[in-house]
Write a protein that binds this ligand. Structure first.
Ligand SMILES: [Cu+2]
Length: 145
């Protein structure tokens, strides 16, 4: 192994041909290279965010979202897993209260039967409804604190 450059003290090292899990438990940017091929540019970096979010899950059961009133932290991710007969579209609060399906401009939308991850990175409350069952009160909200 020629060309062994300076290594970061306490940094991770994975041997040739080895597999190894590395846990990044501190925020920051981590740079790594292949010592054999750094001259050819074989390198990478991993950015670990301070507020890497938790993952929450919302599913559908009968004609309801479960849970339908979720509180999350800034930067958290909500995984929506919708049944085939349900979608989820973000609406304004007034429409949500009235069980109206008018979409919020720039709001999120999840197709019928889809699974989608949505990151909530701003404090506030997002209101959403199922277009097929809004009149029956199929709706939910995510409050970001
Ligand atoms: Cu529905």
């Amino acid at each position: 192994m020629a060309n062994k450059g300076p290594l970061k003290a306490g940094g991770f090292q994975i041997g040739f041909g080895q597999k190894q899990a590395v846990v990044f438990d501190k925020p920051g940017t981590y740079y790594y290279v292949c010592q054999a091929h750094i001259k050819g540019g074989m390198k990478g970096k991993i950015l670990v965010l301070a507020n890497a979010g938790k993952i929450h899950k919302v599913t559908t059961m009968s004609n309801a979202f479960t849970p339908n009133d979720l509180k999350v932290g800034v930067g958290d991710v909500v995984q929506f897993v919708l049944g085939l007969s349900h979608n989820a579209v973000e609406v304004l609060e007034a429409n949500w209260k009235a069980n109206e399906t008018k979409k919020k401009t720039g709001g999120f939308e999840i197709q019928y039967g889809a699974t989608k991850l949505i990151t909530f990175d701003q404090p506030g409350t997002s209101h959403y409804i199922c277009e097929a069952h809004a009149k029956m009160g199929m709706k939910g909200r995510v409050t970001v604190e």
